[in-house]
Design a protein around this ligand. Structure first.
Ligand SMILES: NC(=O)c1ccc[n+]([C@@H]2O[C@H](COP(=O)([O-])OP(=O)(O)OC[C@H]3O[C@@H](n4cnc5c(N)ncnc54)[C@H](O)[C@@H]3O)[C@@H](O)[C@H]2O)c1
Length: 438
């Protein structure tokens, strides 16, 4: 394939050399003359394991050349990979000046091109950048339409500095965000041979996944480091603790707890977090990330309350009351907190939870609900249909397919369902179903 690559930093230069190695004809474009001269002489502008030999071999192969002429690069290739930098601006926003300038140049170059051209953004971009910022610039400059004469798409790059060639050859996955089949097929032809899954999605989701991956990595490192600080103050070996933690691939290193939904609660997570933070305080150890977890959880409940109030309806049905499906444990249930706050705002509540039988509640569980919802007995209905009949808005926090079936058959078109569990069949329900926290 004939490929042009714009921006010859870590991402662009590694891609250039690897694609030439794999037999493609590549043109590298940069605004930095020194980088162009180095690459033309077979030298790498970035320090990366394996790059000295790879760039030398690519230059010797005759399949790689460099240029500062965007028009030449677009005219002589069928696909362009954009790898220019997107550093932080002073206010934290992405500095898109290189992207803006290049998009205008690419648009101008497309004006004269008759054959279809695919432009793949590999730079990390905030969701909406390709469709809302870049597309108008390219369309204006080219006088042509995205999806007709050219195709804009986004394919996040997952290589890491220090192991970039190995990561290029074995990424965790390939994700292509595109609005048409043609750019997906071009990218499948280019990257489909890599030993990883090939996923397609919307442009915005692809942009968001890249940011989320980096945020998740930062979160993991910070979790390990906060754990280490606390372990250090307690005389516990942090490496042993983290090593053991990682051996649990059922709950820890797994998909568990990574599905968006409602706030966490129950008799363990909030109390153990509080105990951890108290211990850190006693040992003068700062844990800002763990310290931010409970406030973030409260924010999730506050958002739910605001969203219910914004409906302007007063008759609210809660489907599910315990802290998660399949238990009658009400201790620190965020749904109980939601109920408490809605009652405080003057809402009329009715509640259904198949596991919660007031006569059977005991001990701390009984004390908790008596303290937080003393009139719970008047709110609870034994049949979910009764809650539906008495409510204008239904809040579903119970993930039970049997309950979903009853709800689908009994809700009325004018009712609103606020979903906390991502009801699988929601699109076939006769009423409007919306996420409560998203
Ligand atoms: N470095 C990484 O490990 C890594 C990994 C994944 C994704 N990314 C993302 O990829 C993008 C590039 O990162 P990088 O580290 O390779 O950046 P970099 O700063 O090393 O290189 C960017 C290059 O773009 C060039 N450039 C600027 N304006 C240009 C223009 N108008 N035309 C052509 N070239 C131009 C610069 O001269 C520079 O050589 C960023 O968005 C980054 O967030 C980086």
């Amino acid at each position: 394939m004939n490929i042009s690559i714009f921006g010859l930093g870590y991402v662009g230069c590694v891609s250039l050399a690897c694609l030439a190695r794999d037999g493609h004809e590549v043109i590298g474009v940069d605004v930095d003359r020194t980088k162009l001269e180095l690459i033309a002489a077979g030298k790498t502008p970035v320090v990366e394991e394996g790059m000295v030999d790879l760039v030398a071999a690519a230059a010797a192969s005759g399949r790689m050349r460099v240029s500062d002429d965007v028009r030449d690069a677009v005219a002589n290739t069928e696909i362009s990979l954009v790898c220019v930098g997107t550093p932080s601006a002073a206010n934290g926003n992405q500095d898109l000046s290189a992207i803006h300038r290049l998009s205008a140049d690419l648009g101008a170059a497309l004006k004269d091109k008759a054959s279809p051209h695919v432009i793949v953004f590999r730079s990390t971009l905030a969701p909406g950048t390709v469709e809302d910022v870049i597309r108008p610039i390219v369309e204006d400059a080219s006088g042509k339409r995205d999806g007709e004469h050219f195709h804009l798409c986004f394919q996040p790059e997952f290589l890491r500095e220090g192991s970039s060639i190995r990561d290029y050859d074995k990424p965790p996955f390939t994700i292509v965000g595109a609005n048409a089949d043609y750019p997906v097929e071009v990218l499948r032809a280019l990257f489909g041979h890599l030993p990883c899954a090939f996923h397609t999605t919307s442009v915005r989701a692809a942009e968001m996944v890249k940011l989320c991956c980096n945020n998740f990595h930062a979160l993991k490192i910070t979790f390990a480091n906060e754990t280490a600080r606390l372990c250090g103050s307690l005389g516990v070996d942090p490496f042993e603790v983290m090593d053991l933690l990682c051996k649990d691939t059922q709950l820890n290193i797994s998909k568990a707890y990574l599905k968006p939904g409602y706030a966490f609660g129950g008799s363990c997570l909030p109390k153990d977090l509080r105990a951890t933070l108290y211990m850190a305080k006693q040992h003068d150890v700062e844990l800002p990330m763990l310290g931010g977890v409970l406030p973030s959880n409260r924010e999730h409940v506050a958002r739910a309350v605001d969203k219910v109030l914004a409906t302007g309806k007063r008759r609210i049905g809660l489907i599910g009351l315990s802290f998660k499906t399949g238990t009658d444990d009400l201790r620190e249930s965020p749904t109980v907190t939601l109920a408490e706050q809605l009652i405080g705002k003057g809402m009329r509540l009715s509640v259904y939870d198949p596991e919660v039988h007031l006569s059977r509640l005991l001990g701390a569980n009984k004390r908790f609900i008596e303290q937080h919802l003393p009139h719970i007995g008047e709110l609870i209905c034994a049949d979910v249909r009764d809650v539906v009949a008495k409510s204008d808005v239904l809040i579903v926090s119970l993930a039970d397919p049997k309950v979903f079936d009853v709800l689908r058959d009994s809700v009325r078109p004018e009712q609103l369902v606020l979903d906390l569990v991502r009801i699988p069949s929601a699109s076939s329900w006769p009423c409007n179903v919306a996420g409560l926290c998203w």
